[in-house]
Design a protein around this ligand. Structure first.
Ligand SMILES: [Mg+2]
Length: 257
């Protein structure tokens, strides 16, 4: 992984030469800093305005791809005319219209049952937030004391195990969050591929900070530019990195100038 701004000439000429560029942004940790509670991760008015400005240039197609629910991430970003993908791409909207809900994305009854079970078993641990996101569940444990974090993971693993074995659900983990997803083969990478199928000639550029973004990095390998946000890690393979959401802001600013 190389530092994006040290290779800026190369990237900027690639972007300049492309007639259309599909810019994919993860939300938490990419457009906003990571904070203690998900509802506090607010996008700054500056970043919002820069995205609005960028959106006016027909060269750029802008997509926000988040683990949050579609409704939630749309509210958080609050810019019209973008592509929004919620729940890691299980719900996708383009310019306000639903364009995709993959088959098997709704497992509401099962998720409700697992949610109740998790809430019951985790209720004695202070700081756990079990969030119903419609087609997925998130169990946030950033606020849990460090000596109890392992216990949260253990209880989670025990409860979800039978459903994972029967392939009714899939689980994943991000920064201080565990997730329950429907058992279908769908992730941010699949969502990116699907969207690129609708914008075949566009150069894809994907920015994300977490392990769930790896699927998307893989999906655009060789065709596009993948940018990891944070200190480079061995486990994550991207073309470039930016150190923080502040640097993502700088990147958007340069593109929108
Ligand atoms: Mg993120």
């Amino acid at each position: 992984m190389r530092y994006l701004f040290s290779n800026w000439n190369k990237i900027s000429s690639k972007i300049r030469k492309s007639r259309r560029v599909c810019l994919f942004f993860d939300y938490d940790g990419t457009l906003t800093p990571i904070v203690s509670r998900p509802e506090l991760a607010r996008i700054s008015p500056r970043v919002k305005n820069l995205i609005r400005k960028l959106r006016k240039n027909p060269k750029f197609i802008i997509a926000i791809i988040s683990g949050r629910s579609l409704k939630n991430v749309k509210n958080m970003v609050g810019v019209k005319g973008l592509i929004y993908a919620g729940n890691h791409g299980l719900e996708i909207e383009e310019i306000g219209r639903e364009i995709l809900k993959p088959k098997g994305a709704s497992t509401k009854n099962l998720l409700n049952k697992i949610e109740l079970h998790l809430k019951k078993e985790l209720r004695h641990i202070k700081g756990v937030i079990v969030e119903d996101k419609g087609c997925t569940l998130s169990i946030h444990f950033r606020l849990v004391s460090s000596r109890k974090k392992g216990l949260v993971k253990k209880i989670f693993a025990r409860i979800v195990k039978p459903y994972v074995i029967s392939k009714k659900i899939r689980i994943s983990a991000g920064k201080m969050v565990l997730e329950v997803r429907p058992g279908i083969d769908w992730d941010k990478g699949k969502a990116v591929q699907y969207l690129l199928g609708r914008h075949k000639k566009a150069l894809p550029v994907y920015l994300g900070d977490d392990v769930t973004d790896r699927d998307a990095f893989r999906a655009i390998k060789r065709r596009g530019v993948s940018i990891f946000v944070g200190r480079p890690k061995k486990a994550i393979k991207a073309d470039y990195f930016l150190k923080s959401p502040r640097e993502v802001e700088r990147f958007i600013k340069i593109l929108s100038a």
